[in-house]
Design a binder for this molecule. Structure first.
Ligand code: HH2
Length: 280
């Protein structure tokens, strides 16, 4: 299995020369860092592509700690028209950040190419939707559910448990008929993790990369950056970029999920330009 190629529907993304930039497009009034900020999500999505996003990740339900679930009707109403319009106006792959099989199915029907399920495809119905569409999938680790996940999360060995969980999801997806070449894994930074868990995972991401699939990493503006650097939400972009570069330069992150697309684009281009001059 080649970990540096990611198959989505009728195309294969090459992750061998540089990490991909996944631009975050939240179509939510309550996302933790940019909720309700962009009145025209389609225009914002097209702008993210112009700024260098390789993939757009469209989300209609905030998964920030303590967020309240959104109804199916509301999530469909937020996500489907935006995915439909974006797919007709760009060839960049569109990912949908959802845990709901119905939203996944509708979004794929109007052009999405990737399902990003922060619950790691625990619901067999969403696996079936992905299998039928032959789309790419991002399977993430989350301890519990968003409403309660940050209430004193406990691990005996965070790196070992997250890695074992992702390995088990990879097996379950494979057994359900998802080609492993379609799967990208994500340690789920901030999803049921205390500060030391996040830092341990970032320091040992090679354990997740060793599962043989690309790693998607979402650290953008997250709480651990605020905790380490003493920064408010709107001041976390430099720290976010530093952490993403750290993981990408070590070869342990292949898809960077970011709010600040122009900075991430420059970073991945510079990383690959430098890497081409590496000896041996
Ligand atoms: N983080 C968030 C949402 N979806 N998906 C993946 N694969 N990895 C992540 O780390 C991840 C994710 C949370 O960030 P954001 O979208 O900015 O906020 P919200 O959930 O409040 O919309």
């Amino acid at each position: 299995m080649n970990p540096l190629v990611w198959h989505l529907r009728d195309r294969a993304l090459d992750l061998s020369t540089r990490p991909l930039v996944m631009g975050i497009l939240n179509v939510t009034p309550d996302s933790f860092s940019d909720g309700g900020r962009y009145a025209d999500p389609v225009a914002r999505g097209l702008q993210l592509i112009e700024h260098g996003a390789d993939v757009l990740d469209v989300g209609g339900e905030s998964t920030r700690p303590g967020a309240e679930p959104v109804s199916l009707e509301e999530e469909l109403r937020r996500v489907v028209p935006v995915v439909r319009e974006l797919s007709s106006r760009t060839s960049a792959p569109i990912s949908v950040d959802t845990m709901k099989p119905e939203v996944a199915r509708e979004a794929l029907a109007v052009g999405a190419a990737i399902l990003n399920d922060v619950s790691g495809f625990r619901d067999p119905r969403i696996i079936e939707v992905a299998r039928e569409a032959r789309c790419g999938v991002v399977a993430m680790h989350m301890l519990g559910a968003p409403a309660t996940m940050q209430q004193n999360p406990q691990y005996a060995d965070a790196v070992g448990e997250v890695t074992a969980y992702l390995q088990e999801r990879l097996r379950a997806l494979g057994e359900s008929g998802i080609p492993l070449e379609a799967v990208c894994l994500d340690p789920g930074i901030g999803f049921g993790k205390a500060l030391e868990h996040n830092l341990e995972l970032l320091a040992n991401l090679n354990a997740v990369a060793a599962l043989g699939r690309p790693v998607c990493l979402g650290v953008s503006r997250k709480g651990f950056i605020g905790a380490v650097c003493g920064r408010a939400l709107e001041q976390r972009d430099a720290g976010s970029l530093a952490v993403a570069c750290f993981a990408a330069a070590r070869g342990t992150a292949h898809v960077l999920r970011v709010h600040d697309v122009p900075a991430a684009r420059d970073a991945v281009l510079l990383l690959s330009a430098i890497d081409r001059h590496r000896r041996g």
